[in-house]
Write a protein that binds this ligand. Structure first.
Ligand code: HEC
Ligand code: HEC
Length: 340
């Protein structure tokens, strides 16, 4: 009898213990937060750049939209967008194809210090221009597209983002300073650019990414260019700043091949000059009404590849140099010192 009772008590205890274990497991299951691995996997920002993380952490929808427009321009306002009303760019470049490192690279036409420089006098229009007008300039020329209204959401987002970016500071990221704006000067070779030499430099240093035919490499998976085109239908048009030999040569010298910094360029002044000339002699989309640019012709940069000019030098010399004689002419005749 005693033995039977002991056995029953033992079984009941086992059942009770099993029950307790079950309840505990259930409670643990309910109260444990999802494991960190699961969270990281489902977090789209996990592989994002430090800047993108900060942008999203701001939780400001206009700042986030502005960032997206700058980095994924072609996906939001490019020619592939389904609603034609939303198409503002005519090629599939991104703003950051030229405004490097998400618009923060020293002498890579950075945008992180740009807000403080506007409004600003602009020779192309011969008037004081706003930041919005400057953005429209790149939309019409670099992006071969059309202007946005000053008060529309996308334009406000660009400006909101650039304002936010001007106050952005970080320890780990190198940001361009106010002195490292725009492009860095290089020494102009005192000769016309050599297109044959430029073609050779292109084949050696550029074609790997931008391809021999200049069309770049499109990634159909992301529907964006991995390596942007330098000429052809998807490139900047002939009214863009990048078509000016002196502008593109300084961009190329201090930023290309992709990854070089202005402290340690790879190309010589001569190589950058020749390859920039070679690229800009290729076919690209044409901007209409270029003759109306620079109402005051004295303000026209020396290497603007289209006339009319306020000097007697031929078009070919404006496109290929040498530029020293043209600069000397402006100094002697008009007392103007031209640096571009
Ligand atoms: C094909 C190259 C290219 C692309 C693409 C491009 N830009 Fe630019 N951008 C330039 C050049 C060149 C300049 C003038 C740099 C200079 O002369 O110092 C410039 C200047 C600017 C400036 C004035 C910078 C300053 O320091 O004064 C702003 C703002 C700007 N771009 C905005 C944009 C925006 C926004 C987009 C996208 C919608 C864009 N850009 C796309 C080439 C480009
Ligand atoms: C390793 C690949 C690589 C090489 C090599 C390279 N580039 Fe680029 N280039 C890029 C990338 C990528 C961009 C766009 C920047 C971005 O998306 O961050 C770019 C942008 C440009 C741009 C501005 C955007 C455009 O489409 O107009 C020009 C101009 C340019 N490169 C010229 C050159 C020249 C000239 C050379 C050779 C001296 C060269 N690149 C070599 C990868 C490369």
């Amino acid at each position: 009898m005693q033995a039977a009772f002991n056995k029953l008590a033992h079984s009941l205890r086992s059942v009770f213990l099993l029950f307790l274990a079950g309840v505990s497991l259930f409670l643990i299951w309910i109260y444990t937060p999802p494991s960190p691995e699961v969270q990281l996997l489902s977090d789209p920002l996990e592989n994002a750049s430090p800047l993108k993380k900060e942008v999203y952490a701001s939780s400001d929808p206009m700042v986030i939209l502005g960032y997206e427009l700058l980095v994924n321009t072609s996906l939001h306002i490019g020619p592939q967008v389904s609603d034609p009303q939303k198409r503002y760019t005519g090629n599939k470049l991104e703003c950051v194809s030229c405004h490097l490192n998400e618009g923060t690279k020293a002498f890579g036409i950075p945008l992180n210090t740009v807000v403080s420089r506007f409004p600003q006098y602009r020779g192309r229009e011969d008037k004081i221009g706003s930041l919005e007008e400057r953005i429209n300039g790149c939309l019409n020329r670099s992006m071969n597209g059309r202007s946005m209204a000053i008060d529309q959401k996308e334009m406000k987002a660009f400006v909101a983002y650039l304002n936010w970016l001007s106050g952005f500071k970080t320890e780990e990221m190198q940001l361009a300073t106010a002195l490292e704006k725009g492009l860095k000067d290089f020494v102009w070779p005192n000769r016309a650019a050599d297109l044959k030499q430029g073609k050779a430099v292109y084949a050696q240093h550029c074609a790997l990414c931008h391809r021999l035919g200049g069309g770049g490499k499109f990634d159909s998976q992301t529907a964006q260019y991995l390596y942007p085109p330098l000429w052809g239908k998807d490139a900047y048009n002939n009214g863009a700043g990048m078509t000016r030999l002196l502008t593109s040569a300084s961009f190329i010298k201090y930023n290309m091949p992709f990854g070089v910094s202005h402290q340690a360029p790879v190309l010589t002044d001569s190589e950058a000059y020749d390859v920039a000339a070679y690229i800009n002699q290729q076919e690209r989309p044409k901007k209409s009404e270029l003759a109306a640019d620079f109402p005051d012709k004295l303000k026209k940069p020396l290497s603007t590849p289209y006339g009319p000019y306020a000097d007697p030098f031929p078009l070919s010399q404006h496109q290929l140099g040498p530029y020293r004689p043209i600069a000397d002419f402006y100094e002697e005749v008009f007392g103007l010192v031209k640096i571009k």
